[in-house]
Design a protein around this ligand. Structure first.
Ligand code: MV4
Length: 490
């Protein structure tokens, strides 16, 4: 493989190109009109303009990307995450064009893209699953009978789902039909697929995911877990590896299960198997993500494996150069997603220009970013500016290092999630490891956010009055109150 095209933008495009260059592979960037001056365009050996800013006129144009690839003699296409990365049709079109898709085969993408197909595929592989059904609900009466056996509360989920869309908690039988109707119509409008199923609702789960790598010679290994329980509105904000709660025995058991999930769909390349972990440390398979994930760096730091390099080697047909026994966890890594969002104002997007942009030095942190001082954050794409990643011998030292790195990260012109990171790293629940996916809702109170004194305190006082004011006219969030309706009472 001599030349690869990176069908993506921002930090992940740069991240992939860095490894390609290290391997002596030439790089081709693609970009939209909004990204003409973006670092990923300058960093690449060649770059081609796809079209106007909106993704459906640029980064989602699979045909155009393949056309350019042919013209430029590209051997492989790396899709990054988002955009075309989990589009089975695109993966197939790329291979049909005689170009290597740096990712799994279309079959694995398709199966894992449907939660019901995924459950059906893994069920012969001894994978623990949340009590529930593995078929789309067609008969309400039958579904109610099953729900009664499982026991309320139950959760209705969309098969095509993602980001919590089409997901509804049902507390009691009398709410079943109305919640079902809402889930189906939400799934229909979001995914064009109204298929839903039910599961027992796991009350206070932690989100644990296992990184896997599978080559084309029949070797599949896992690279341990990442914990991503600190989320809000189904968007991860802080991730770490390893998890503070897994024992070596549980880690091995979950790792082995993840490997079987990958084997069940003849997986190839890097993938992630997501599990819920309940308060009794029971784990349940949720889904498999068939891409390189945003939070992959924490795994790289604790294992010393460059995941993009492995993806490229696997795509070239090479066998993994290590076995499961060769892999060890060393140290602890934390990642904070730095979003252009205002934690003091319900994490609403904060648009504007990076008037000031100074990062902590490499001795303190790895910063994977895609912007520079003076740049505007386009409104068309994901609002993530950077990933702030730290590594230390122990979890406690990593947390302290993250706090220090945040203090050495200076961004002006837009609000970011940096203060939220400081809040999390100073919170007793996070520091002690006693937290779950409700962390943000249970504890995050904008008034407690740790930050540079004086101006911030003044700003917070102003904010407090602002929020009190707003509360009176607040329009309810579409999914949150419902989802967490019962939490405040436990
Ligand atoms: C669940 C659950 C509780 N019980 N399933 C949220 C997104 C989707 N991928 C799966 N999700 C959940 N599924 C059962 N049976 C709770 C969640 C959930 C969640 C999962 C992982 C990380 C954050 C979350 C936040 C809220 C709900």
């Amino acid at each position: 493989m001599k030349k690869i095209l990176i069908a993506n933008r921002g930090e992940i495009a740069l991240r992939i190109m860095r490894t390609a260059k290290k391997m002596g592979i030439a790089t081709v960037a693609v970009y939209s009109e909004a990204d003409r001056h973006a670092p990923h365009v300058r960093y690449a050996d060649e770059a081609v303009l796809l079209g106007p800013a909106p993704s459906n006129q640029s980064y989602l144009l699979g045909d155009k990307i393949i056309e350019f690839s042919k013209q430029l003699g590209v051997d492989g296409i790396h899709p990054g995450y988002g955009f075309l990365s989990e589009n089975a049709g695109f993966a197939k079109q790329v291979s049909d064009a005689g170009i290597t898709f740096i990712g799994p085969n279309a079959h694995a993408i398709e199966v894992m893209g449907s939660k019901l197909a995924a459950k059906d595929t893994v069920k012969a592989y001894d994978i623990p699953m949340v009590p529930g059904v593995d078929e789309a609900i067609t008969d309400i009466g039958e579904a109610k009978t099953i729900a009664k056996t499982i026991g309320y509360p139950i959760l209705i989920k969309a098969s095509a789902g993602g980001g919590g869309k089409g997901m509804r908690i049902v507390e009691q039988e009398s709410d079943f039909e109305s919640q079902m109707d809402r889930a189906v119509s939400e799934a229909m409008s979001a995914f064009g697929d109204g298929a839903v199923f039910i599961e027992k609702y796991v009350k206070s789960p932690r989100h644990i995911e296992i990184q896997v790598l599978a080559d084309s010679h029949g070797n599949t290994v896992h690279l341990f877990e990442r914990e991503c329980s600190v989320q809000r509105r189904h968007q991860k904000v802080v991730e770490e590896a390893p998890s503070a709660v897994l024992t070596p025995a549980l880690r091995e058991e979950m790792g082995a299960a993840a490997v079987r999930v990958a084997q069940s769909c003849q997986y190839l390349g890097a993938g992630t198997v997501e599990f819920l972990l309940d308060d009794q440390l029971n784990f349940y398979f949720l889904e498999m993500n068939t891409r390189l994930q945003v939070e992959h760096p924490v795994t790289e730091l604790i294992t010393g494996v460059d995941l993009v390099e492995e993806q490229i080697k696997i795509a070239r047909g090479e066998a993994l150069s290590f076995t499961q026994e060769d892999l060890r966890i060393k140290g602890h890594a934390l990642e904070l997603r730095v979003y252009a969002e205002d934690p003091y104002n319900q994490f609403l997007p904060s648009v504007g220009t990076l008037e000031k942009y100074q990062k902590p030095g490499p001795e303190l942190a790895r910063v994977d970013d895609g912007y520079e001082e003076g740049m505007e954050i386009p409104i068309y794409y994901d609002p993530m500016i950077a990933k702030l990643i730290v590594y230390a011998d122990t979890r406690k030292e990593a947390i302290d290092k993250m706090k220090e790195a945040i203090n050495h990260y200076h961004i002006e012109g837009i609000a970011t999630t940096l203060p939220f990171g400081a809040f999390t790293c100073s919170h007793e629940a996070f520091v002690s490891g006693h937290f779950d996916t409700h962390f943000v809702k249970d504890y995050f109170n904008p008034e407690e956010v740790q930050s540079d004194p004086v101006e911030k305190i003044a700003a917070l006082a102003a904010l407090k009055f602002h929020l009190q004011d707003k509360e009176k006219i607040a329009v309810a969030d579409q999914e949150k109150p419902e989802w967490h309706a019962k939490r405040s009472s436990n």
